[in-house]
Design a protein around this ligand. Structure first.
Ligand SMILES: NC(=O)C1=CN([C@@H]2O[C@H](COP(=O)(O)OP(=O)(O)OC[C@H]3O[C@@H](n4cnc5c(N)ncnc54)[C@H](OP(=O)(O)O)[C@@H]3O)[C@@H](O)[C@H]2O)C=CC1
Ligand SMILES: CCCCCCCCCCCCCCCC(=O)[C@@H](N)CO
Length: 281
């Protein structure tokens, strides 16, 4: 990656998102972190700045924003971030949450909260950057699903649904974006040791725990490293980044499915070449 590449990371103040930001500044990128809580954002900016490859040249900034509420606000924030730092090269959508429960037990407020955050909270920032990326003929978008987005898991009834939705979004968007030299990467981590997981553990059903444990636990650093690497050098035809704890002997069905799917996913017919809005400078 070249110095001065510009990243935006939603959910960048904690867990996987913060580790993605750390990984990116170590490679020389400028970063905008997006989340809601200003205190957490300020402390993440300090931590991330310290790891910069060229601290005097790299910019690390934050925007306090709820990515799930209002599309116009999200678009405005991302466009202002571009005016501050320059054109966004890579958008990583990490903001998300898991609220556990069987369908009959989960309240509708929690259903809507998860769908809004995990699905719309990824779609909104992605929609806000896509047309400018197409115009420049360059860009990368990462969506963070979960292994529960490859396999419906007991007690993750709503969470799994929200993460499956991201897969539909990624596959369709990939076809729209590829002719414009924009890659779409979809990440499927197993349980990852983050503040979000610690909160989720408090309400997680025993059945969910038993199934999840079979896929192992990863560090957010390892997930972020793989995520950034795969986003920058995408495999063909579109990258499925399936993270499995290799020290765990279980070879999950999810692993097999992901490999098959990556070979089956159709590509846009070669003769279709939508024209670029304008050529990059
Ligand atoms: N940890 C795990 O086991 C796994 C996690 N994932 C997925 O990875 C992603 C990151 O998870 P993880 O690192 O554990 O999460 P954390 O809970 O540790 O961090 C979540 C981040 O998202 C931000 N965020 C939450 N709600 C909003 C919102 N409405 N608008 C903007 N930002 C928001 C939080 O900041 P703030 O609250 O201040 O807004 C925080 O920065 C999620 O999508 C999760 O589903 C996938 C597989 C496994
Ligand atoms: C024949 C039966 C074999 C069973 C193997 C099953 C392996 C799949 C396990 C899926 C694990 C899901 C983890 C989701 C993590 C997550 O997204 C949350 N922690 C988010 O916070």
């Amino acid at each position: 990656m070249q110095l001065q590449t510009i990243f935006v990371v939603t959910g960048g103040s904690s867990g996987i998102g913060k580790c993605v930001a750390l990984e990116a500044v170590r490679r020389g990128a400028h970063i905008t972190l997006i989340a809601r809580d200003v205190k957490k954002l300020e402390s993440a900016v300090m931590e991330v700045t310290k790891c910069a490859l060229h601290p005097e040249k790299q910019k690390v900034q934050y925007v306090s924003l709820d990515v799930s509420k209002n599309y116009e606000d999200v678009e405005k924030a991302l466009h202002s971030a571009e005016e501050e730092l320059g054109p966004i090269f890579l958008l990583v959508n990490c903001a998300g949450t898991a609220i556990c429960g069987r369908l009959e037990d989960i309240c509708i407020k929690d259903v809507k909260y998860q769908m809004d955050l995990n699905f719309l909270g990824t779609l909104y920032p992605t929609k806000a950057v896509i047309s400018r990326m197409k115009g420049r003929g360059e860009g990368k978008i990462v969506l963070v699903s979960s292994q529960a987005g490859l396999l419906g898991i007991y007690g993750y009834t709503v969470y799994s649904s929200s993460k499956y939705a991201l897969r539909g979004l990624a596959e369709a968007l990939h076809m729209e974006a590829k002719p414009y030299n924009i890659s779409v990467t979809l990440s499927f981590p197993p349980d990852t040791d983050t503040p979000g997981l610690a909160i989720e553990e408090k309400t997680k059903l025993m059945e969910t725990k038993l199934i999840s444990e079979s896929a192992g636990l990863m560090s957010p650093e390892a997930v972020a490293k793989q995520l950034v690497k795969d986003a920058l050098v995408p495999a063909t035809p579109w990258t499925i980044q399936l993270l499995v704890d290799l020290s765990n002997p279980v070879r999950s069905p999810a692993y097999v499915e992901a490999r098959t799917l990556s070979h089956q996913h159709p590509q846009l017919p070669a003769h279709i070449r939508p024209e670029r809005v304008h050529q990059p400078d």
